[in-house]
Design a protein around this ligand. Structure first.
Ligand code: FES
Length: 62
């Protein structure tokens, strides 16, 4: 595999995990979430109302 074939995954400090799209996210409960975006923000804070996709809720203070 060449480096050009590798997907880039970029965790953001205190925020989502950015993944090169398009992606299919398979959730533990069997739900499937597709995104055709060039870069997909996967929520890592669990506060997104649009989980598993980031809705920027991580920016709000608790
Ligand atoms: S990481 Fe952005 S809402 Fe959770």
């Amino acid at each position: 595999m060449s480096d050009a074939d590798r997907r880039t995954v970029r965790p953001v400090q205190g925020g989502p995990v950015m993944v090169q799209g398009p992606v299919r996210i398979e959730m533990p409960d069997g739900t499937v979430v597709d995104s055709d975006r060039f870069m997909v923000a996967i929520c890592a804070c669990r506060r997104s109302k649009d989980y598993p996709l980031c809705d920027t809720s991580h920016r709000r203070r608790r």
